[in-house]
Structure formats: C-alpha cells, structure tokens
Write a protein that binds this ligand. Structure first.
Ligand code: F6P
Length: 336
C-alpha cells in the first residue's frame, strides 16, 4: 500500500447538517495546501456509483463556509449497501485515481465507508477512508459533538421563543416536536435553553403523569398561565401528547412540528470552527499514511479513532443535564 494519498474524494452523505460545507471547504483547502488532489463526489455514495463528481480546487470552496446545506448534495444510497453497488464505486475510484475518501455524515455513512475500504482491500486496491461526524442528532458514539447540532439547537430555540410570545398572549400550552431520530440531545438542549415546562426524550421512558401532568399542574399552581412542552421525535408524537394533555388536564394545546427547518440555515461559530478543525484533521490523517478512522471531539480535543472501534462505541446519554432540567422544571415560577 502506498503510504501517502495522492488524490482524495470528498462527499457528504445522509441527512444534511449546517456546517457540512465548512467541512468540505476545510478538506479541499487542507488537501490543496499539502499538494494532494481533491475531487468532490456528488449526492453521497451514489456519486461514486454513478461517477457523478466535480474536480475541486481552493477556489471551488470559496464563499461556502457560511452556507447551510451541502454544495455536494447528499443522499442515502440503498445501492451502496450491496457489494455490487460498492464494486461500481470502486471502479469510479480507479477511474479517478482516488486513494483516499473523506466521508462527511453520520453512522450509516461511516458503515458504508468501512465496507468500501474492506472491499477495496480484498480487491488489492489501496483506498483509505476517514469519517467526519455531521448530523443534527449528535448521536455518534465516538464523538461528544457532531457538526450541525449547535445550529439546529439555535434554530429550534429561535422558533420556540417565537411560539412563547403567542402562547403567553393567549395563555396557552404549546407542544413542540423536535428532530433527533432515536436520540434526545436536541430536545434536551433546547428544553434547557428555552426553560421548557416539560421535556420528553427517548432515553427515558415516558410517564405522562410524572413527566407532563405533574409539571403543568405545579406550574399552574405557581401562577403560570402558559406552558411549553418539548418532545423529541423519538419519544413520541406531539399530536398524541397534545391530545392526552387535552383529555387529562382540560387544556387545549397548540402543536408545532419543527421538522426540516432545523436542518437549514447558516452554521453557527461552533459548527464552522468544529467543521474546519475536523476537515483539517481528516486530511492530516490521510496525508500521514493512516486510514479507516473517524475524527471526533472528546472534551474539546480532536481525536482520531479506528473506524471499527468507533462504530462499536455507544454514547452515554447526558443524564446530568437531564437532572439539571428536572431541577429547573420542578420549581417553576410564574412564567416558564
Ligand atoms: O438524521 C437527521 C434527521 O434530520 C433526523 O433528525 C430525522 O429523524 C431524519 O433525519 C429525517 O430524515 P429525512 O430528511 O429523510 O426526512
């Protein structure tokens, strides 16, 4: 195997996340700086299968650090899950002379990357892969933080703050559903940051009486006339929770499902800075002859973890934060 990579393919895959562009920029600029060629693979792994690519240089990534979405487009590729799809992808790698891939995305993206690199090794090809965690769900085991999470939190907070105005005027209850797939990080952080009346997360079994009814009653007794319930999509449906609140507490809530608005927007400072550091590190790993790593952040420091080990890691949910939320929601004042 050649020690140093000569040409890197960079792609974004899975659900988009604000800051993906900043990561693409960092990869391209860091590679250029080291004299390594760079090709943008479009539409995730499908781009490798279909030879859908664009040559990149330092100026192709000008003015994208502040942009949401991904200039490379993204997709979830079913074909890439099959060996035959990956064989087509390897043919594209050969055609383009790629010996390194930086895959920006989530868990599924990294599993695909590992499978590709193993298939390449079996075929006698030198192809190193590196993963950069980017998802608004913050659900990657090997990293305390994933690109996009901070922006998504801030977007959700801005929306909830707006809802608060109208809920306050009408003395209503709002039930807001946030994304996160099977993880409750978005709901937890948003719940703390907006001072929610109650927050439901999938990491904790929901007890309607304890987690919602009691909290609303307590807030009502303390003089609150409007309530904010934040529901992680993985913990239940906001519509159903609202129905139950109506039925059991005689309140008529208004439901807002924030949905994909949380995936858009200009990335925050944290997401731009993290993406730039991770992109730089991914290229450094490849340039130094390493591969099959996932870049992460542990206690604020950048880490490189072997991909197989990283994919087996699970994240300990931040129950300490949940306790903070509990303490603050259990002692409501006259307002949320
Ligand atoms: O993984 C990111 C995410 O936005 C999840 O929070 C959500 O469950 C899912 O993607 C939505 O996927 P899609 O964009 O395919 O509707």
């Amino acid at each position: 195997m050649e020690k140093h990579v000569k040409r890197i393919g960079v792609l974004t895959s899975g659900g988009d996340a604000p800051g993906m562009n900043a990561a693409v920029r960092a990869v391209v600029r860091a590679a250029t700086n080291r004299g390594i060629g760079c090709v943008g693979i479009r539409r995730g792994w499908n781009g490798l299968i279909n030879s859908d690519f664009v040559q990149m240089n330092a100026s192709s990534v000008s003015h994208i650090i502040n942009k949401g979405g991904t200039i490379l487009y993204t997709a979830r590729s079913l074909e890439f899950m099959d060996e035959s799809g990956r064989a087509k992808a390897l043919a594209t790698c050969r055609l383009l002379g790629l010996d390194g891939i930086v895959a920006i995305g989530g868990d599924g993206t990294f599993r695909g990357a590992l499978a590709l690199s193993r298939q390449a090794a079996e075929a006698g090809m030198s192809l190193r892969v590196v993963g950069i965690p980017a998802t608004i769900d913050n659900d990657i085991g090997c990293s305390h933080y994933t690109i996009g999470f901070d922006t998504a939190c801030n977007t959700a907070i801005e929306c909830v703050d707006k809802l608060r105005d109208t809920m306050q005027s009408h003395e209503r209850c709002s039930v807001v559903e946030v994304m996160g797939r099977h993880a409750g990080y978005l709901a937890l952080y948003v719940g703390i940051a907006v001072g929610a009346t109650a927050v439901l997360i999938p990491e904790r079994e929901v007890d309607f009486e304890r987690d919602i009814a009691e909290k609303i009653r307590r807030a009502r007794l303390a003089g609150t006339t409007h309530y904010m319930v934040v529901v992680a999509e993985g913990a239940g449906s906001a519509m159903e929770i609202s129905g139950r609140i109506h039925q059991e507490l005689g309140i008529d809530p208004r439901v807002t499902v924030l949905g994909h608005i949380q995936r858009g927007g200009s990335p925050t400072a944290r997401d731009r800075e993290t993406a730039s550091r991770m992109g730089y590190e991914a290229v450094k790993v490849l340039a130094e002859g390493e591969g099959n790593q996932i870049i992460g952040i542990q206690n604020g420091f950048i880490t490189d973890i072997d991909m197989e080990t990283a994919l087996a890691m699970t994240k300990n949910f931040q129950m300490d934060r949940y306790q903070i939320l509990e303490a603050l929601t259990n002692s409501q004042g006259g307002d949320f």
